[in-house]
Design a protein around this ligand. Structure first.
Ligand SMILES: Cc1cc2nc3c(=O)[nH]c(=O)nc-3n(C[C@H](O)[C@H](O)[C@H](O)COP(=O)(O)O)c2cc1C
Length: 230
């Protein structure tokens, strides 16, 4: 069963990430980013390119950042958490912050992911090893201040092998989301968000977890926010 699921995933990724060579994960990631079409109009392309040019692709700042929107538009009870290695999910998170003025926290791995780590064509790559290990919980650098004070928490991530990157499980294990509204969002080369949302619900049974959005383009975000925010 697991083998069949893996085969389906491989086929899906082969189609959605067409053009990626096995030996060049950086090219693969760029291709995936191109396929996902996220945030072309707000600088996502240059951020993705910048990330792709570095050996260490997860290198964004550790600290929770505060919106520069006028105070009146900021929502003090809302937090945006995201994980992003090549910039796509970061672009989506930044657009949500621009629209909401919410605080933002980036999940930064204690050990950054290199391009080799992200090579999904290599069974032995770090990402693939982690995704196939249910107990893997890669460490997160830094911590979220005053997590208890937030009622609405956006959680954004890239889809890895159909679901959450294991470092998002680390986040879910670390913080108590009970009683909070969790709003997932993701980017991907084509896979939907559904399986990852089920994983969040399983990890946080006392939270209200919305269906979430796979962000194909940041222009999708404004309308979606009108639907999901009170
Ligand atoms: C290890 C790994 C596994 C991935 N698995 C999938 C997948 O199952 N389905 C898919 O559509 N895309 C998959 N992708 C592509 C990413 O979801 C996509 O490129 C995403 O937009 C990257 O987000 P980021 O730039 O924020 O890191 C995978 C990428 C990596 C590195």
């Amino acid at each position: 069963m697991k083998r069949i699921f893996s085969l389906i995933l491989v086929c899906m990724m082969t189609f959605s990430l067409a053009g990626c060579s096995a030996g060049d994960s950086r090219a693969a990631e760029s291709s995936a980013a191109m396929e996902s079409g996220v945030g072309r109009e707000n600088g996502a392309v240059s951020e993705s390119s910048a990330a792709a040019e570095n050996d260490t692709v997860a290198e964004n700042s550790l600290a929770a950042e505060t919106s520069e929107l006028p105070a009146g538009e900021a929502s003090a009870d809302t937090l945006i958490i995201y994980f992003s290695c090549t910039g796509n999910t970061k672009a989506a998170a930044e657009e949500i912050q621009r629209q909401t003025g919410a605080d933002m926290f980036e999940i930064v791995p204690e050990i950054p992911y290199t391009a080799e780590d992200l090579n999904y064509n290599d069974d032995d790559s770090r990402a693939n090893q982690e995704q196939s290990d249910d107990s893997a919980r890669p460490a997160i650098s830094g911590s979220i201040d005053n997590f208890d004070s937030y009622e609405i928490v956006f959680v954004g991530y890239p889809i890895w092998w159909g679901t959450l990157p294991k470092i998002v499980n680390t986040l879910l294990d670390t913080y108590d989301f009970s009683g909070k509204t969790v709003i997932p969002f993701c980017t991907s080369g084509g896979s939907g968000i559904g399986t990852s949302v089920s994983a969040i619900r399983e990890a946080e049974p006392e939270a209200s977890v919305l269906d979430g959005l796979r962000v194909g383009d940041t222009s999708d975000i404004a309308g979606w926010l009108e639907e999901v925010l009170p």
